[in-house]
Ligand binder design. Structure first.
Ligand code: ADP
Ligand code: MG
Length: 620
């Protein structure tokens, strides 16, 4: 059951054994990579010293891919080919998104089981977009740490369901990253704080990022660090504050029909204004619209806080629910950890402080705390630290169950169960002679299957025919340490076994992923072959030049047969240069080299004789 073992700080392994492992906060808005260096976790900066990488990918017209700051900067001018907030889409379908999709500028594809975005590079899934961000962070880490990564701990919101976790893992696989494990973001934050403080008691992690709110109740006691409950809102974050301010600006400036470019411009101005108002009482907004109109407005912090008060209040509901689920009251909370860039806003700090009647903990950078905790975890999992005294247990966020007769959902593993976990329940047939049974796996808290999320469906066949109610079918649910589920079913009563296992399906099936991996490897192999060929061509051409020059000077040294042999080797090599592989070219180079050995020896002699002519032995 022990999931994570976290060592005391400073107990790292000998430097020569140090394995390069990083923590990656793959955020909706910003992503970061951190590593433990000389015993403490630090975020790794890019070549310009910036640690946050905007989670934005742009597919450029020259075939290149822009990632991060440059992609974000160009988003207003190229919204269709610039994908942001891929995390909101990963592991989901268009049907899951329903309303949300209307606000996004993309040209969505038709697939009903995966979100597809049409870009000028063709169809891209959120998995591929995320993998570009992960690749950029991997490169950054390898350059900064000076070696190949052993693996990474990647964080996900506690709210992520199975499909979203699986999709995140696939994105890492596509980026060539070995996932040591997925870690819930609030848990990572708690690791960063927990190790620093070494405190005991019940803590709340309040994480308000760009796109999501995550609330977790954690308990530290006798060296056991346990997540008691999680709650939140996967569609509430800083973006909503931007949106609110944006709408206000439209009204205030009397702007109605803005084109896409101007909307994007104004939205990014709204975000900047919001961030500015964290430190300033008021801010002046000035912008030039695409039709040349100049707009100008002043927003005060007071105004902004009024406009967004309902959003702030909305974040408190999941806090109450998480406390309720954990069976604790406000008074039991020893500390509140603030995570996510949006917790910088003073009215968020105030609201949380007022609710809990205490000042939240915010001495670590709220943008970085998740990545730092993940890095500490990665360091432990990579084996750089010896097992310490902290034990950390995670929980599943939503109940898992299956459909029973009448469209009802029967819960097998209730939400907030500690993982990894496995539970089995026996079911039976309801018709005489029934030989097959469909197992429909669902996730959610509701009673009716139609209100839950469908994860997978499979049929168990080969049940021996018997009277209704006589067969005993044991269905086992298993959730691994990453929160991923597998389900199996087995007929028990007769000793005849029929069993099937499923991984819950989501957008991309295994074959597709495998194909994508193959494609990327095939390309990589192609690239290497091209380079090897280019090198061989250079070598061949310089040999051909040298032989041609030698023949011009000294062909008279060769008899007819020798000359013919060399000429045919030259012709063979020239032929290979046109369409041979690197290997073919190298073989022909060696053959030409061999056929000219004797010629080279004769020339050497002649040159020596020439050099010696007219000189006495004493001069040498
Ligand atoms: P995510 O976890 O979603 O990737 P982050 O934790 O990086 O997001 O938070 C990003 C959000 O934080 C954005 O909405 C951004 O506007 C907001 N933010 C960053 N700095 C500030 C600030 N100084 N004041 C208010 N909001 C901020
Ligand atoms: Mg975050």
């Amino acid at each position: 059951m022990a999931l994570l073992q976290i060592a005391e700080p400073g107990m790292s392994a000998a430097p020569h054994q140090h394995r390069l492992a990083v923590g990656i906060d793959l955020g909706t808005t910003n992503s970061l990579v951190a590593a433990v260096k000389s015993g403490s976790a630090v975020c790794l900066p890019d070549e310009n010293g910036r640690v946050t990488l905007p989670s934005v990918v742009r597919y450029l017209s020259d075939g290149q891919i822009g990632i991060g700051h440059e992609a974000l900067a160009e988003q207003p001018t190229d919204p269709l080919n610039t994908v942001s907030s891929a995390k909101r889409l990963i592991g989901r379908t268009l049907a899951d998104l329903s309303q949300e999709a209307h606000y996004l500028p993309y040209r969505f594809g038709q697939s009903s089981h995966v979100v597809e975005i049409n870009t000028r590079h063709g169809i891209k899934t959120p998995i591929e977009v995320s993998s570009e961000i992960l690749k950029a962070l991997k490169t950054r880490a390898e350059e900064s740490l000076g070696g190949q990564l052993t693996g990474a701990v990647i964080t996900v919101p506690a709210y992520f369901d199975d499909a979203q976790r699986q999709a995140t893992k696939d994105a890492a696989r596509l980026a060539g990253i070995n996932v040591l494990r997925l870690l819930n973001e609030p848990t990572a934050a708690a690791i960063a704080y927990g190790l620093d403080n070494g405190s005991e008691g019940t803590f709340v992690v309040y994480d308000l990022g760009g796109g999501t709110l995550d609330v977790s109740v954690l308990e530290l006691s006798k060296g056991l660090f346990q997540v008691k409950s999680t709650n939140g809102d996967s569609a509430l974050g800083g973006d909503d504050f931007d949106q609110r301010l944006f709408c206000h600006l439209l009204e205030q400036l009397g702007l109605s029909q803005l084109n896409d470019q101007d909307s994007r411009l104004l939205l990014s101005l709204a975000r900047r204004t919001k961030e500015d108002l964290t430190a300033h009482e008021q801010t002046l907004i000035e912008a030039a619209l695409s039709d040349g109109r100049q707009v100008r407005a002043t927003v005060t912090r007071q105004e902004f806080q009024e406009l967004t008060r309902h959003l702030v209040q909305k974040t408190i509901e999941p806090v109450k629910q998480a406390l309720k689920d954990a069976g604790v009251s406000k008074a039991d909370i020893k500390g509140v950890i603030m995570v996510g860039g949006s917790t910088r806003m003073p009215h968020i700090q105030q609201a949380v402080a007022t609710f809990f009647g205490q000042t939240p903990l915010n001495n670590l950078n709220p943008d970085q705390v998740v990545a730092l905790g993940a890095a500490m975890q990665a360091d432990v999992l990579a084996g750089n630290k010896t097992a310490g005294e902290w034990l950390l247990l995670d929980v599943i966020p939503l109940s898992l169950g299956l459909e029973t007769y009448g469209g009802l959902a029967e819960k097998i593993i209730p939400r907030n169960s500690t993982i990894p976990t496995a539970r089995a329940q026996d079911f039976t047939t309801f018709k005489d002679g029934q030989t097959a049974m469909t197992v429909h796996v669902v996730q959610g808290e509701r009673e009716l299957v139609s209100d839950c999320r469908s994860l997978a469906k499979f049929t168990l066949r080969g049940i021996p025919p018997m009277a209704a109610g006589a067969a005993r079918i044991r269905v086992t649910f298993q959730v691994d340490a990453d929160g991923l589920l597998s389900v199996s079913a087995q007929e028990q009563s007769t000793g005849v076994q029929a069993q099937i296992e499923v991984k819950p399906s989501y957008g991309l099936d295994d074959d597709t992923i495998t194909q994508m991996l193959k494609d990327s490897m095939a390309n990589a192999a192609g690239d290497m072959a091209a380079r090897a060929r280019a090198e061989a061509v250079v070598e061949a051409e310089s040999l051909l030049d040298a032989v041609a020059a030698a023949l011009e000077l000294d062909a008279d040294l060769l008899d007819e047969a020798e000359l013919t042999a060399i000429r045919s080797s030259i012709a063979a090599l020239e032929g290979r240069l046109k369409n041979g592989t690197a290997q073919d070219i190298r073989a022909a180079v060696s053959a030409l080299g061999a056929s000219t050995d004797n010629f080279a020896a004769k020339r050497m002699n002649r040159n020596i004789q020439r050099a010696l002519a007219g000189q006495s032995i004493d001069d040498i």
